[in-house]
Design a protein around this ligand. Sequence first.
Ligand SMILES: [Cu+2]
Length: 476
Amino acid sequence: MENNLLNRRKFFSALGIAGGAVAAASVSRVAMAALPEPVIQTKPDTMPPLIPKDGRPYNPVVTLNSWTLPWRMNRGVKEFHLVAEPVIREIAPGMKAHLWGYNGQSPGPTIEVVEGDRVRVFVTNKLPEHTTIHWHGQRLPNGMDGVGGLNQKQIDPGKTFVYEFIAKRPGTFMYHPHADEMTQMAMGMMGFWVTHPKGSHPLIDPVDRDFCFLLNAYDIDPGSATPKVNTMLDFNLWTWNSRAFPGIDTLNVRKGDKVRIRIGNLTMTNHPIHLHGHEFVVSGTDGGPTPKGSRWPEVTTDIAVGQMRQVDFLADEEGDWAFHCHKSHHTMNAMGHNVPTMIGVDHREVVSKITALIPDYMVMGERGMADMGEMEMQLPDNTLPMMTGAGPYGSVEMGGMFTMLKVRRDQKPGDYSDPGWYKQPEGTQAFEWTGPLAEPARFKSEGRQSMPLKETPKKEVEVTVKKPSGGSHSGH
Ligand SMILES: [Cu+2]
């Protein structure tokens, strides 16, 4: 926060000098010579909304574990400066990744403008290879679309290019390279873009809180720090804005707030994003606001690769509501996927033989995988536990794409700080039944089939269920 303010102050004081020196309104060598000083952010905190200091007013967004890039107004043009560069990003406390990003962070800062703004973005390349920026979803001149080799020359290392266009369409957008894309996106190069409507808009309702984040994924071997860029599907870190649970901040709102969440997907698979306790409508996509008659209530919206979804809801239920990707493997961190399923397997005999050789040997998964969230396992350095998170009632056994929407009666307008854990009112929480238990009556029926088998099996096969036993676990 302090660091950010300092940067912003430096940025705005630089404007006084640089702003006066610019002679031409169009892109010229003079303007290039006085390009805005880049603002750098390295803290992974969710920064407060950047209240616009000039230009048309708007209600700013809050970018989860990220920030909005300040601009300089130069003769009616909003000027931004993005620097593509290697960065170190804390994925969650305990793990840092060597990524590529913009202005000190991956993802890059959010760019916020207003419908009709003329926008000029200086892009300086400090990467070891060439890059470009594509402005996903924008209406713009073809030469500004950023596909290297097709629309423009690549931006070589050390070079600065200028993009300039009018933000014509209000809505939810993103930016990312269109140069060696597989590598550069696997390394974390991407950012969010919001074009706010100019005045009131028939399809864009005003909201009290407006959050945004990108879905991204990395394949980083436990104990290492650099993503494997050739991975196509087998990622092991599922992140929101390059952060994994428990490193993702909560979305803190006041009861009765109208809330908007904007989400873009730059991973290699779809993510069904699910909110507990409330229904939302998809109020927009990267194609623009949806017609009101097309909206229906949902609690999960699937966001395909390269898509954006903007959801609106009324936060009218107090509590700590889970908010996560519904692919359960995406709410886990690395290491969880190559472990064989051991539920119901009796290890006792094998274990006694192995422990004679390796005294520390430990069996996992005999009663399910929840043990992974409880045990203090020895992990390689710079590695997040597969599932973790100390909630008010124990481990929540989560990782990856998981956080919470916290709705509180007494959250002040404009306050985005974490209110702590919700205290359920007396008599409104699930509780243990301690009375007598009736034996369940098992329903028995003859199975049917659509037509007889060609040959009937000679012997009936019966699957026996081995009840899990706590006994063999007592040694752990
Ligand atoms: Cu997912």
